[in-house]
Design a protein around this ligand. Sequence first.
Ligand code: TTP
Ligand code: MN
Ligand code: MN
Ligand code: MN
Length: 369
Amino acid sequence: NCSAGLGSSGTISQYACQRKTTLKNCNKIFTDAFDVLAEHFEFNENKGHCLAFMRASSVLKSLSYTIRNYRDLEGLACLGPQTKAVIQEILEYGNSLKVQDVLMDERYKTIKLFTSIFGVGLKTAEKWYRKGLRSLDEVKADTSLRFTKMQKAGLLYYDDIISSVSWEEAKAVGQIVKDACRRFDPDAAVVITGGFRRGKEFGHDVDFIITTPENGKEVGLLQKVLSELTYQGILLYYDVIDSTFDNAQIPSKMFEAMDHFEKCFAILKLKKELVSSKQSEKDINGKDWKAIRVDLVIPPMNCYAFALLGWSGSRQFERDLRRYANVEKKMLLDNHGLYDKTTFLSAKTEEDIFAHLGLEYLDPSERNA
Ligand code: TTP
Ligand code: MN
Ligand code: MN
Ligand code: MN
């Protein structure tokens, strides 16, 4: 139900935070190609080209019509000669040779496989590739490798983790996490964020923001929740990152990857009987549970809106929101706050933050950039 290319309105912003991007993608044939190329450039540490393809993909995802011919590209932001050439190729031949090449490329395929292991980043994947390793079995059999605790868990639960998490499963995990939090603080706020908050039906993990109405009461809550989950026998793996939050710190421009909140990257054992659509289901080995990746983030209440906004994604939406704040408003936005030259602007809700930035509010379902 995507309308035919009605051509250029010429008003599509270069910033994802000024475009509505729902999960309905009328240009999947192009954006799938761009996403592969962006990943290829990411694997080759070519940041410029990677960003160009990610931005182009994101612009096409926001369109309410399908690109049918070259003229439909007029007036669209973030499309350069390189990205336009790929579109033209697909319009003409149905696919792109460059994309076909990348998908067949041994290095691309191997790095993609290795980085799909929880705990394995680009550096490690490359190291293994250079050692001549090509499959998970070869990695597991290589006695010269020293795996981190995270990688060991990633390999142990690989099949479960690689099969995506459904919304039903996310809801069941949500109930477990909420119950554990409420045991220690009946007023605790437990909210699903990340892709599921944007309305996705499947995800690679389940992300939670946990806080308490009273600032400071959240301290110590995570440890109690983790002991409770351990006691229940369902905490398969966890790695706690302690809070390094310092209120006096001016937000840095380069905060892309991490924030200072206490957080936990975990793997939970979800009993299939707790998932409404999978009651009493067992797999061939009689296993009646599934390992699920869970991220828990515990901001203090005064940062709640910023943390929620920062963890709701998408990653491209977050990148553009910060870039917009920086370039257009001369402000600094991060997961903790919004800094306007000399002062921190406070916010109770995400709406407050959009308003500070002079942006029309976008529902999470419109942030699938
Ligand atoms: P992800 O869980 O990686 O992505 P997602 O939920 O959008 O998609 P998926 O279904 O694959 O899980 O990250 C969610 C958001 O959290 C993302 O916008 C980036 C943000 N984030 C941080 O701000 N800091 C961090 O340290 C991490 C890991 C993520
Ligand atoms: Mn997620
Ligand atoms: Mn996550
Ligand atoms: Mn900071």
